[in-house]
Ligand binder design. Structure first.
Ligand code: GLY
Length: 373
């Protein structure tokens, strides 16, 4: 049963770059009041895309009240996160005479947040921006922490900057318009937080995940808040990923290889790759003796109970063989001095970064996982 719940506020404490993540239903409808304190003049530039605009742009503009707004509506999809749309966006912002003290509003999922944030980072050597994430994935991960950027022909997110937003408005009500597959993809990142550092949160997700996925806004808000609290804490301790922040990449070394193998297309959404990657990372941890065999089984059981992609067999179409996947992993930007790094776990809620994993063990794991297809 839905309950009316007050807005939660999670602070990201980074000195002069600190900001709040406000989480609750109805934030879009009062966006003007939420951002008023950040404005030097009553005018904002909105960056969004052609999927989000028909759903939420009118509501945002109405919510802005007396604040004037202008918008650019970009094409939908990962292809938008490249030089062409970045250039289009930055030139448009300059045409719109957006000044350094003005505010850019990113209304959309991870692609829009990353691109608009990077445009803000480079416009006039740094302009402020507000994230209004419209997907679960963006609410729990990409809108928080200041990673902005675009893709290179050589790989994802290879061009970018750390540029923290001035505010994040995570409106839980916007998740109602997400197709189930996209909601569950974002849930892959939610589960990741439990797996990497909070066993009690994972217990809670096992108990509440199905009701949360079915639409309970109160549960959704709690899940987003806990995820954001965990991310905020990690970012505060390690903003530029010199150490602990790498734990947020649990499941991502496998995920990036699988995304590349499926051409970043509809066969595998990012959060689906994260979920499969987390299951593989726990299996690898168990094979390497870091955790018991029960741990990967429990991870997979929860993902399956949620109706999520869990195994390589759940990815439609052909995949490279184990050597091919290993080669794709070697191109990951998390590679340091040519060595593959994995986030592994000593148990649910106890992840760590492993620098020297034997590639033969990874190859054997992938070969076995591919046999299940
Ligand atoms: N999405 C991983 C990070 O923000 O570090």
């Amino acid at each position: 049963m839905d309950r009316v719940q007050a807005t939660d506020i999670v602070g990201v404490e980074l000195g002069s770059r600190s900001y709040e993540v406000r989480i609750g239903a109805g934030l879009l409808a009062r966006a003007g009041a939420e951002i008023a304190g950040l404005l030097h003049r009553p005018r904002v530039a909105i960056v969004t895309d052609a999927a989000v605009a028909p759903l939420h742009l009118a509501a945002l503009k109405e919510g802005l009240g007396d604040i004037a707004s202008t918008e650019i509506v970009l094409p939908v999809g990962e292809g938008t996160k490249g030089w062409e749309q970045l250039s289009t966006t930055v030139e448009w912002l300059i045409e719109q005479k957006i000044e350094r003290r003005d505010l850019i509003v990113a209304l959309g999922g991870g692609v829009i947040g990353d691109l608009a944030g990077f445009a803000a980072a480079i416009l006039r050597r740094g302009t402020r921006f507000v994230q209004i994430p419209t997907t679960l994935l963006a609410q729990v991960d990409s809108s928080v922490g200041g990673k902005t950027g675009i893709n290179s022909a050589h790989g994802k997110n290879l061009i970018g900057a750390f540029h923290q937003p001035s505010l994040v408005l995570a409106d839980i009500g916007l998740l109602d318009s997400l197709p189930e597959r996209h909601f569950l993809s974002g849930y892959g990142e939610v589960v990741k937080y439990g797996l990497l550092g909070d066993p009690a949160f994972f217990d809670w997700l096992e108990a509440n995940g199905p009701a949360l996925a079915a639409g309970d806004r109160g549960l959704r808000q709690r899940a987003v808040r806990r995820s954001v609290e965990m991310k905020a804490g990690i970012v505060e301790r390690d903003e530029t990923e010199a150490g602990e922040r790498a734990l947020l990449n649990l499941g991502h070394t496998f995920c990036h290889a699988l995304e590349k193998a499926t051409s970043y297309g509809d066969r595998l959404l990012h959060g689906e790759g994260v979920a499969i990657g987390c299951a593989l990372a726990f299996e690898l941890s168990s094979r390497l003796g870091y955790c018991s065999q029960e741990e990967p089984s429990r991870v997979r059981a929860h993902l399956k109970a949620m109706g999520m992609k869990t195994d390589l067999a759940d990815i439609p179409g052909d995949l490279p063989d184990a050597d091919g996947l290993l080669a794709l992993m070697a191109q990951d930007k998390k590679v340091i001095d040519g060595r593959l790094r994995f986030v592994l776990a000593q148990g649910i809620g106890d992840a760590f970064v492993a620098e020297k994993v034997d590639p033969a063990k990874v190859r054997a794991l992938l070969a076995d996982a591919l046999k299940g297809r």
